[in-house]
Ligand binder design. Structure first.
Ligand code: NDP
Length: 604
């Protein structure tokens, strides 16, 4: 069968399905996620923070506090802000970086910008009175906004920067968490909120010979401007006489490569799987539009976007960009059966990916390079990218795409990178190889959590997670986790983070008001929540999936065992998950939480 739509070339869904399957099979590997290594051991230097002066010291802090928040990125800042708004003053924020920002502290690579519209992505715009300067703000502006939030909500006095949590132990006599850090701090907290981020533990490909490379190398989340020159806006003048290699072509590389291509003497882009590159169409903020905004505008816009990208068409599409286009008019709304709806969505996906491939042909002059840059998989198998200069960069004479045909780089030598037996000599090698997503939870956190009776969370979750709302886990009283495990998921992830922050602040506020000393999920509530998650997995249409090309959305294509399935998120869509949290709070009965009350007056 050939599917056609007015004005478009025809395509055969069967042929595309076969091609997608072949491309997937090329990329499957027995080692799955184990192909990556972290920054420990011989790679420890990769983890150094290039943005702070070396030699920072401070006296250790020993104190009682009401809430410790682990992480000073958007999640931690939103939690602290919502707590401050609820009147909770006694807060400590422990953050590895030298400032607030999380992702936007670490990711300062050239070209970094948000790929979800800044008016919905950057939090607390109405509260801070700030309007981003562009539809897709650059990293520097987003980082500055994090600092603005820190100042406005008086979060700096709560922060312990350049500090990593070393461990957390529940003291059942004191009814407190004892949080220790790598700077000798000892914080005795009634509550701990873990807002450790989702994409924060960088990974390196475990390519043979990687440790033998003698040139300069770094990961994109620790960009070395001292070596490259320039800054987040580009102008990498010290690369003018350098041969540079970059490994990876995901969302990060797509933003950095145009700047590397513009500055390096020679750039080799080592590709395993091409990204889909839609149009970006960034624009400066329209002052006339700003004048039309009324109170509540940001929340309305956030909800409108999340509805559309959860497959709920809206009367108006306020954001109107590449993301909403993916979900626009996929025909499923007119279908009369679920099977027909699924078929319509599939055809729409083929059609929109054909457009993505046609865009490559239109922009890349060399036909062989163009062919290699075309993604052959379903659109949501990998994070869709949007960029107006990336593809054109491959027309530069100093830029060469080295396509590994799905196999990845073969070997790294002291002087270069080997693909299909050929060595490409480089002075500098940049890893745009992403972050751990499906590895074990406490491994990504970097510390274990020992709850009631000293039971480690690593052990408790060895066969998979058990939670209520992805936030509470039995045996770990007064611990509130922000993660994707059995929790909500969103393309605009900050939407979920803010709802988690409001939820956690509500719970802590209620404990204070009602004289509750500890809260802990019941076994029954965890079981019921798991059944809810399973129900959504059965009907969910989401990212990744077993038929997808390997990547972090589908655990690198490895089969999902019982443990991995229990790490899954709520698959019924962003708004549905948020509604569940709203309804739970509105009921006011703290359902599913076992509570204990203080014998006398509540302490703190
Ligand atoms: P990704 O995990 O998306 O990309 C890693 C890249 O490294 C992939 O292209 C991968 O290929 C490649 N790779 C891994 N091993 C090898 C190897 N042995 N040989 C060759 N290539 C290899 O990481 P990113 O940092 O790009 O993005 C992570 C996420 O961060 C995004 O998905 C997005 O959610 C977020 N992000 C958001 C941005 C924004 O808002 N502006 C910007 C950047 C990132 P393969 O695909 O075959 O595995």
């Amino acid at each position: 069968m050939n599917a056609t739509k007015k004005g478009e070339a025809s395509f055969s869904p069967e042929a595309l399905r076969d091609k997608y399957r072949l491309e997937r099979e090329k990329r499957l590997r027995a080692d799955g996620s184990a192909q990556y290594v972290d920054f420990s051991g011989v790679y420890a230097d990769f983890d150094k923070d290039p943005y702070v002066e070396p030699g920072f010291t401070r006296p250790a802090v020993r104190e009682k506090t009401e809430v410790v928040i682990v992480g000073g990125g958007f999640g931690g800042m939103l939690a602290a802000t919502r707590l401050r708004q609820a009147g909770v003053d006694s807060i400590r924020i422990v953050e590895k970086g030298g400032d607030f920002g999380g992702t936007w502290y670490w990711n300062r690579y050239p070209g970094a910008a948000c790929d979800v519209e800044s008016y919905i992505y950057m939090p607390l715009l109405e509260e801070t009175g700030y309007i981003p300067t562009e539809k897709y703000a650059k990293a520097t502006e987003i980082f500055a906004h994090c600092q603005r939030i820190g100042r406005q909500f008086d979060l700096y006095r709560a922060a312990l920067f350049q500090t990593s949590v070393a461990g957390m132990d529940w003291d059942d006599d004191a009814r407190r968490w004892i949080v220790t850090t790598d700077r000798g701090d000892r914080l005795a907290a009634r509550f701990v909120i873990i807002a450790g981020g989702v994409l924060h533990k960088a990974k390196l490909p475990g390519i043979p010979g990687i440790e033998t490379f003698k040139g300069h190398s770094f990961h994109t989340s620790r960009w070395d401007y001292a070596y490259t020159g320039g800054g987040p806006m580009g102008g990498l003048d010290r690369l003018a006489d350098k041969r540079v290699g970059i490994i990876g072509t995901g969302a990060t590389a797509v933003q950095a490569i145009p700047h590397l291509g513009a500055s390096a003497k020679q750039l080799y882009v080592f590709q395993r799987t091409p990204s889909s590159i839609g149009a970006r169409n960034n624009q400066p903020t329209d002052e006339a539009w700003v004048k039309t905004l009324r109170p509540g505008w940001q929340h309305e816009r956030i909800v409108n976007f999340s509805a559309i990208v959860s497959g709920r068409p809206q009367e108006v599409d306020l954001v109107r960009d590449g993301w909403t286009y993916i979900f626009e008019d996929d025909g499923s709304a007119r279908a009369t059966t679920p099977e027909e709806a699924a078929q319509q969505r599939l055809l729409s996906d083929f059609r929109k990916m054909e457009e993505i491939r046609a865009r490559v042909d239109a922009l890349v002059k060399d036909p062989a390079t163009a062919e290699a840059l075309k993604p052959y998989y379903y659109q949501l198998c990998k994070r869709p990218c949007f960029h107006d200069e990336y593809l054109d960069t491959f027309n530069r004479p100093n830029v060469q795409l080295v396509d590994t045909e799905g196999k990845g780089v073969e070997r790294i030598t002291p002087t270069g990178v080997v693909v299909k037996g050929k060595e490409y000599p480089v002075d500098c090698l940049i890893y745009a190889s992403g972050f751990e997503v499906s590895s074990e939870y406490t491994r990504r956190l970097g510390f274990d959590i020992r709850g009631r009776g000293g039971k480690s969370l690593r052990d408790s979750w060895a066969e998979g997670a058990s939670t209520l709302h992805g936030m509470h886990s039995r045996g770990y009283p007064n611990l509130l986790m922000f993660s994707t495990t059995q929790s909500g998921w969103a393309i605009n992830f900050v939407h979920i983070l803010d709802e988690q922050a409001k939820h956690a602040a509500y719970i802590i506020e209620q404990c204070r008001e009602r004289g509750i000393e500890t809260i802990e999920a019941t076994e029954q509530a965890q079981q019921q929540w798991w059944e809810v998650i399973l129900g959504t997995l059965a009907r969910g249409v989401g990212f990744g999936g077993p038929e997808c090309t390997p990547g972090y959305y589908n655990n690198e294509g490895a089969a999902f065992g019982p443990r991995e399935i229990r790490m899954a998120g709520y698959a019924g869509g962003t708004l549905e998950f948020i509604q569940i949290l709203h309804d739970w709070r509105n009921s006011g009965d703290l359902a599913g939480l076992e509570v204990t009350r203080a014998a006398a007056t509540p302490n703190m």
